[in-house]
Design a protein around this ligand. Structure first.
Ligand SMILES: [Zn+2]
Length: 412
């Protein structure tokens, strides 16, 4: 028999069992054994997300090139810098050094051999300059040195090889135009990379002042020979973005190019050369843009005159430092290479009485007081700063530069 209280307790227990079984079922669901339905997005139709912003286009690359003309080291020059058996050439280039240093690449035509002391030092007509000159050029910031010129054979084959060996021993210097062997000439073509732009260099001279090359060594000096030039230019053209050819050519003391220079320039443009650096006349000649097949143009500095010399005629005291700014587009814009800007900073060779105090000055920085003391003027010449300015303006026109274009942020 169950009393009413016992029955009530049993019913309560039974009900609690049912409740507990439901609770367990609910617990099993909420523990994640089965995936929950995705929550409903309260928005009716979401707008599509915008595309991520494109990566910024990399900017173009730029490289600047400086080029100086004939570095013509007469006996008067090296004698003037001799102190206690050491030749101190650095002051010669102190005035142009801020330009050379700031350029990405700086070229000079080293007109005289640096064969070493054992050959004996000499001036005109068969030159050999102290090797301390080379160290001063490198220290000033020059890094491409041309020896394809009419004085390269002044000390004979041995002098050529000694000069080449001297430069090869200096770090970060490229020597043009004189070669140890046929293979070295072929495999040693100069390519310099700056800011992702590859710049190739070749150099040629019209001759070697009648001193013949050894019969079995025609490779020794890069002579102007269009068949060989075509091969060498075509080979290097494929390997670089921008191709520079140094040309020792033209007539001395003529302020405009002769027909032979113009024919050679047309030949170089035909072969897709980008830039010609001309020298040898010892005076400034003009600048030309020459059309190339395919629509681009070749920039030609016909003659940059002297960088420094002990010459005495007024026009030979005015040379120029070429400025070229090269631009390369990023790969997504085709990677094309072009000349962004160019011009010439006129340079004066200063020297004083009795061939002392030699120095190359940018014309716009040349103190008028110093010009009044120029050795040329003291001998009764017509030299003056105003003369130089008029001559530079006449030859260079609107490409005459009166500031340091190699410094970042420089402006006309
Ligand atoms: Zn020359």
């Amino acid at each position: 028999m169950q009393n009413p209280l016992t029955r009530l307790l049993r019913r309560l227990l039974a009900l609690s069992g049912i409740f507990l079984s439901f609770s367990c079922a609910d617990l099993s669901k909420s523990s994640g054994l089965a995936p929950a339905p995705p929550p409903q997005d309260p928005r009716p139709l979401a707008e599509p997300l915008p595309d991520p912003p494109p990566e910024p286009e990399p900017p173009p690359s730029y490289a600047t090139l400086a080029a100086a003309g004939d570095n013509l080291i007469h006996k008067e020059i090296y004698q003037s810098v001799l102190r206690d058996t050491v030749y101190h050439f650095a002051p010669l280039y102190a005035g142009i050094r801020p330009y050379i240093e700031a350029a990405d690449i700086a070229f000079i035509n080293q007109e005289t051999p640096l064969a070493g002391e054992s050959f004996g030092y000499s001036g005109y007509p068969r030159f050999n300059s102290p090797q301390e000159l080379g160290a001063a050029l490198a220290d000033a910031g020059f890094d491409v040195i041309n020896h394809a010129n009419n004085h390269s054979m002044d000390m004979g084959e041995a002098g050529v090889l000694a000069t080449r060996a001297y430069w090869d021993a200096l770090p970060n210097i490229a020597c043009l135009g004189i070669h140890q062997s046929s293979l070295a000439r072929q495999e040693g073509q100069v390519i310099i990379e700056k800011n992702h732009i590859t710049i190739g260099f070749l150099a040629y001279t019209y001759g070697t002042n009648g001193i013949p090359l050894p019969r079995d060594k025609p490779y020794l000096i890069s002579l102007t020979n269009t068949a060989i030039m075509s091969q060498e230019i075509d080979a290097l053209r494929k390997r670089c973005d921008f191709l520079v050819v140094s040309m020792h050519w033209g007539n001395e003391y003529q302020s405009s190019p002769d027909p032979a220079q113009e024919r050679l320039a047309a030949f170089l443009a035909e072969r897709q050369v980008d830039l010609v650096i001309g020298h040898h006349p010892h005076v400034l000649q003009g600048i030309s843009l020459i059309p190339r097949p395919g629509g681009k143009t070749m920039l030609c500095f016909y003659s940059l005159g002297n960088c420094i010399s002990a010459q005495t005629q007024d026009p030979t005291l005015l040379g120029g430092l070429a400025y070229v700014k090269i631009k390369k587009l990023p790969p997504r814009e085709g990677g094309g290479v072009s000349i962004e800007d160019y011009g010439v900073i006129p340079i004066v060779t200063h020297y004083e009485r009795n061939y002392t105090g030699f120095q190359a000055y940018p014309l716009h920085e040349y103190p008028a007081g110093l010009a009044a003391r120029h050795g040329r003027k003291l001998r009764g010449g017509g030299f003056s700063k105003a003369y130089c300015e008029a001559l530079a303006a006449q030859i260079l026109g609107d490409r005459l530069i009166r500031h340091n274009p190699f410094l970042p942020g420089s402006a006309d």
